[in-house]
Ligand binder design. Structure first.
Ligand SMILES: CCC/C=C/C(=O)SCCNC(=O)CCNC(=O)[C@H](O)C(C)(C)COP(=O)([O-])OP(=O)([O-])OC[C@H]1O[C@@H](n2cnc3c(N)ncnc32)[C@H](O)[C@@H]1OP(=O)([O-])[O-]
Ligand SMILES: Cc1cc2nc3c(=O)[nH]c(=O)nc-3n(C[C@H](O)[C@H](O)[C@H](O)COP(=O)(O)OP(=O)(O)OC[C@H]3O[C@@H](n4cnc5c(N)ncnc54)[C@H](O)[C@@H]3O)c2cc1C
Length: 664
């Protein structure tokens, strides 16, 4: 039977080259080709089916994940996939699994903090999956405060070993993914104790389970921490608990790139900064920013397509009702999210570059850009995950009642995504890290120190502290220089106000603590400026393809001006813009929504998501929503029988009783 494209009329309206936009979204033709090939490979293989996750019990769900992960590895080996291809394949399998932590944290922790010898031994095993590892930092009592971890690694000079121990209940490792049921090894973070002296938190490679029968090694207690938020969702992951009872490991299993312990028990600090112990978190936070654009774009793709299919009210002379995407309120909620998905994609690309740049410099023992890399990864991780989690939930509401069905794909996406606001650093804790960096930078203003990177704008403090915007027409708000000046002035003024208020406190720490809500807002303003400026940089670079620049300019305008509208209080109270200019920004925003409207479906098609990956009936490429929703409902296990299990025990007696009462 010929397939009908119910969204064809929308696709025909597009004013740009969708195929060219797919390349821009992917980052390069090569990245597009890899991604396209891997997504089709997964979508066409029934072994990667995922539509039944919400109805499986935890045990069935988990076993199914183990099967998929093993099968994915088999395919990776059979097809000789490169690291890039393998990682894309896992991405499209779209199921949190122990492999995420093995490849995403265990391997990077050894790479970043291990010596060449340690690489040789451990990475060789890990690359072949002859050992499976996780990243065990967080404890029951402490997650955010890494310095507060309690697990100890005491050096025993007699045996040349460390003794790993959990001295208290609160020192139990708690949360690490892959730990609960699968990992054979872990990178453990513990306090290094030598001769009674505490040298702070360091990383150690510890074997947890036997490679023969998978039983925990002597002295190790280990298990899963239990069901998490949402059916299916993140419950495919075995987040675990782990206690050590004086477990011995050889000295050479301490990760020794940053500091070493000699055979004699001497602690030696290399000339690399101690903060490199936190390096894996910097790496992962950077990847989380790109992941945010993937998760948000996925939700937006569903909401845009469905908003074009769904009709409510407005029928004229018995004609069709209005597509809900044509309601201005729908556009004002949906299009800023569409724009954010693109914005996060481009800032993610830039952050990847920044991370690679800092890594190269570190290898050459050049550490000056590390604080900025930390501030950018922490701040952008916080900003993009908060916006994405909120955005997925907004997309669910944008789909009305049907968005609440698991078959819309949105409830599961939200449940899987929302812990990103907590893991790899609670989002507020991370904003306060950015705020510390900003306060340091503000304190250097006027000292003659050249400010570079994302704080370079502060160099123009004299101008930015007193300028008022020159915007005179709605059209002016499309000029990058006006947008940038407004965002720079707002960010700087918020930061400087915080610094002034801190200086009035009895001491800086007390001031920082009192001002922390304002500091978090200043950090958000700085991070939003980074996203806006990287979007502008992207558009000003080489972009080929019919109509692409116009669409991206419109989206960039929507991203910036919708933020301006949302945070209007800050822009007005800091005096960066006037109420009249705010009204002009709103006028421009409305016209940008109208510009994006005919292109909306094509702009989400450019994400190139298969129906398998989207996992949403509402977001189907062909827009054939109603027959498929109807069909799907009948597949629910509750519909296996006409009369439900439990009727005879619990419903019939009630009805009979009512019959008796009625007779009376
Ligand atoms: C798929 C999901 C998997 C999930 C996995 C996980 O969740 S894994 C678990 C994830 N867990 C978390 O994410 C836990 C979150 N918590 C943390 O990361 C830390 O405890 C902290 C950063 C909050 C505080 O750190 P602290 O107590 O050391 O105190 P402090 O603030 O005074 O900083 C001292 C100095 O270090 C600097 N600096 C700090 N971090 C970095 C860095 N990464 N790089 C470079 N530098 C960094 C900082 O700027 C400061 O520099 P200054 O001013 O002296 O020049
Ligand atoms: C799904 C999931 C997977 C995870 N995977 C791993 C893993 O693989 N490995 C691993 O080691 N860990 C993992 N974690 C743990 C995770 O990294 C921590 O939960 C996270 O760092 C937050 O720490 P916390 O739980 O201690 O939060 P808390 O610090 O207890 O936060 C509670 C509240 O206190 C606030 N707060 C805390 N400190 C401050 C402060 N200084 N100023 C102001 N407010 C503050 C926070 O904002 C938050 O509102 C995972 C967590 C989850 C949810």
């Amino acid at each position: 039977m010929e397939e009908v494209d119910h969204l064809a009329h929308e696709r025909n309206k597009a004013q740009f080259d969708v195929e060219a936009m797919k390349i821009v979204w992917a980052g390069s033709r090569h990245a597009f080709e890899v991604s396209d090939r891997m997504s089709r490979l997964v979508a066409s293989d029934p072994a990667f089916r995922k539509d039944n996750r919400a109805t499986l019990s935890r045990k069935e769900l988990f076993k199914n994940t183990l099967r998929k992960a093993a099968y994915a590895w088999k395919r990776i080996v059979e097809l000789h996939l490169s690291e890039e291809e393998a990682s894309k394949l896992r991405f499209f399998v779209d199921e949190p699994a122990y492999t995420d932590l093995h490849w995403g944290m265990f391997v990077p922790a050894i790479k970043g903090q291990g010596t060449d010898e340690q690489h040789q031994k451990w990475l060789t095993l890990a690359y072949k999956m002859q050992i499976i590892g996780c990243y065990a930092q967080t404890e029951l009592g402490h997650g955010s405060n890494v310095q507060g971890l309690e697990t100890t690694a005491t050096f025993d000079p007699k045996s040349d070993e460390f003794i790993i121990h959990s001295p208290t209940l609160t020192s139990s490792k708690w949360w690490p993914g892959g730990l609960g049921k699968v990992s054979t090894h872990a990178v453990i973070y513990a306090r290094l104790i030598i001769d009674g002296r505490d040298h702070g938190v360091h990383g150690f490679i510890v074997q947890l389970r036997s490679l023969d029968d998978h039983l925990p090694l002597p002295g190790i207690t280990i298990g899963d921490i239990g069901m998490k938020f949402g059916n299916g969702a993140y419950n495919t992951m075995d987040n675990g608990v782990l206690q050590f009872n004086h477990v011995r490991i050889p000295r050479n299993q301490m990760l020794m790139r940053v500091s070493q312990v000699t055979r004699e028990g001497k602690y030696v600090q290399s000339d690399v900064p101690r903060q490199l112990v936190y390096g894996t978190m910097v790496y992962v936070r950077q990847t989380i920013v790109s992941d945010a654009s993937s998760a948000l774009s996925r939700a937006v793709c569903v909401a845009v397509r469905y908003s074009a299919v769904r009709r409510q009210f407005g029928s004229q002379d018995g004609g069709p009702e209005t597509q809900v995407i044509d309601y201005k309120t729908q556009q004002s909620r949906l299009f800023p999210l569409l724009a954010s998905a693109y914005a996060f994609r481009f800032v993610g690309e830039w952050l990847k570059w920044l991370y690679m740049d800092v890594t190269k410099r570190l290898q050459a023992n050049e550490f000056s850009t590390l604080p900025e890399a930390h501030a950018c990864t922490a701040g952008l991780k916080s900003l993009t995950t908060t916006a994405t989690a909120d955005g997925i939930e907004e997309c669910r509401k944008l789909c009305g009642g049907h968005g609440y069905l698991c078959s819309s794909g949105l409830p599961e996406l939200f449940a899987v995504y929302v812990p990103a606001c907590t893991y790899e650093g609670d989002n507020t804790v991370l904003l306060l890290q950015v705020a510390r960096f900003l306060m340091k930078t503000v304190s250097q203003l006027g000292s003659g120190k050249q400010l570079v990177g994302t704080t370079a704008y502060m160099q123009r403090a004299e101008h930015l502290m007193q300028c008022t915007s020159d915007v005179r027409s709605a059209e002016d708000w499309l000029k990058p220089s006006f947008i940038l000046e407004a965002f720079e002035a707002r960010a700087l003024r918020l930061a400087v106000t915080c610094a002034k208020n801190i200086s009035k406190a009895p001491n800086p720490e007390e001031g920082f603590s009192q001002l922390s809500p304002d500091l978090a807002e200043a950090a958000v303003a700085h991070c939003q400026l980074i996203v806006v400026s990287k979007f502008i940089d992207k558009i000003q670079g080489d972009i080929d393809g019919m109509g692409l620049k116009e669409q991206l300019q419109a989206l960039c305008g929507i991203y910036a001006l919708s933020l301006l509208h949302k945070h209007l209080g800050e822009f007005l109270s800091t005096g960066c813009i006037t109420p009249k200019q705010a009204a002009l920004a709103n006028e421009k925003l409305r016209s940008l929504y109208a510009k994006v409207r005919p292109n909306a479906v094509a702009l989400v098609d450019a994400f190139n998501y298969t129906d398998h990956f989207l996992g949403s009936i509402l977001g189907r490429y062909d827009g054939n929503v109603y027959p498929k929703l109807y069909e799907e409902a009948w597949k629910d296990p509750l519909n296996d029988s006409v009369v439900p299990d439990g009727y005879h025990e619990y419903v019939r007696p009630l009805l009979k009783q009512q019959l008796r009462t009625a007779k009376l």
